[in-house]
Design a binder for this molecule. Sequence first.
Ligand code: HEM
Length: 117
Amino acid sequence: MKQILERGDIALLIDAFYAKVKQDDLLAPLFSHVDWPHHLPVIYDFWSSILLGDQSYKRNPFEKHRDLPVTPAHFNRWLLHFERTVDEHFEGEKAEEAKQRANSIAGIFQHKLGLLK
Ligand code: HEM
């Protein structure tokens, strides 16, 4: 099993994750408008900045989620696919960090959306 060490690893992780999201009846409709060739490199930047510290992502990740019609069920499903994708492809410190950070950011997003008490 591989560790997450470089941007190519992140691209593999994110591509595999969105393959699951696009096949999920609950989540897919929320991504139907997405311009994937534009979106994917932004997400690679986001996770490269978090896990590899390359500072390639300089935006506010919450803004695009502010008006999405989401519930805790959507976040739980998103996290399930994310954690499964990490575990299917990677092990090690960065893999664990990816899952932890996804959980904590999902918590922050839900808090900002007023979904958590
Ligand atoms: C219910 C769960 C979620 C849904 C339905 C969702 C959906 C979306 C959608 C539709 C976009 C906009 C894509 C575009 O139009 O360009 C987006 C962007 C993004 N999402 Fe999520 N998201 C979810 C959770 C998360 C979580 C937990 C994270 C972080 C761990 C995250 C990170 C991002 C980032 C970094 C962007 C790019 C923002 C930018 O353009 O700078 N998302 N998401």
